[in-house]
Design a protein around this ligand. Structure first.
Ligand SMILES: Nc1ncnc2c1ncn2[C@@H]1O[C@H](COP(=O)(O)OP(=O)(O)O)[C@@H](O)[C@H]1O
Ligand SMILES: [Mg+2]
Length: 221
């Protein structure tokens, strides 16, 4: 599903050049549940951003479903992102002037789906995440854990094939984490490909993991 072949990603800030990823090769199969692990600054977010077509690689090759897409134009990459990926970030990134259900349905806006249908889809997901009673609250009226659950619903509304979750459990308590993990478990049984990152160990999730990829200083251990 996702293949990186000797991928390097460098950032330059002033005179300092950082290799955020240093010749990394990984092959992630359809339906795999992969955990990215490693200390802060080891390259997990950079890997996620490349896998999700949010950042371009500096060198190497990047394949999505056996198609090398490293050099595809921006509009093509954003179409792929909209269609195939669900992103869950460490910061929830909800828009405060919108209600919970509206935030959840935002990815459907470019698809020209009616408001009634958008709300219906959003409500189904909010129910799954035990958040239906907060549907009409504004995003800034939600607790941190509720915001993260809403962000998870938003990531899933386009029924993505691939879910990228960057430290999704870092800023929430155990109860909220359990709800998110239950949803991830369901996605796994549906055959979705899931990549999730942690900077610490997450015993709650151990039974779901197919593979752990450990990063250190931009390299895979
Ligand atoms: N946009 C950027 N500009 C410059 N350096 C960056 C940028 N993004 C990440 N880095 C650097 O790349 C390295 C890896 O960062 P990151 O992928 O965010 O690690 P992690 O998610 O494991 O904490 C770090 O040293 C970080 O400072
Ligand atoms: Mg990170």
């Amino acid at each position: 599903m996702i293949r990186l072949d000797k991928v390097t990603k460098s950032y330059r800030s002033g005179k300092v050049k950082v290799k955020a990823l240093d010749s990394v090769s990984v092959d992630i199969k359809k339906g795999e549940f992969v955990v990215l692990n490693g200390p802060s600054g080891s390259g997990k977010t950079t890997f996620m951003n490349i896998a999700g077509c949010l950042t371009r690689i500096t060198s190497g090759r990047f394949f999505l479903k056996d198609m090398e897409i490293s050099h595809f134009p921006d509009h093509f990459l954003s179409a792929i992102r909209r269609e195939k990926f669900g992103f869950i970030f460490q910061q929830f990134n909800l828009i405060s002037g919108y209600t919970t259900w509206e935030n959840v349905s935002i990815p459907l806006l470019p698809m020209g789906i009616s408001e009634k249908m958008r709300k219906k889809k959003a409500m189904n997901l909010l129910e799954e995440l035990n958040l239906e009673t907060r549907a009409d609250f504004y995003a800034n009226e939600l607790s941190g854990g509720e915001q993260q659950r809403a962000a998870v619903a938003r990531a899933l509304i386009n029924d993505p094939e691939i879910i990228l979750a960057d430290e999704p459990l870092s800023n929430i308590d155990v109860e909220n984490a359990r709800t998110v993990i239950t949803v991830l478990e369901k996605l796994k049984t549906k055959g979705k490909t899931i990549i999730i990152s942690f900077h610490d160990s997450q015993p709650l999730i151990t039974k779901l993991i197919d593979r752990m990829v450990s990063f250190d200083s931009g390299k895979i251990l």
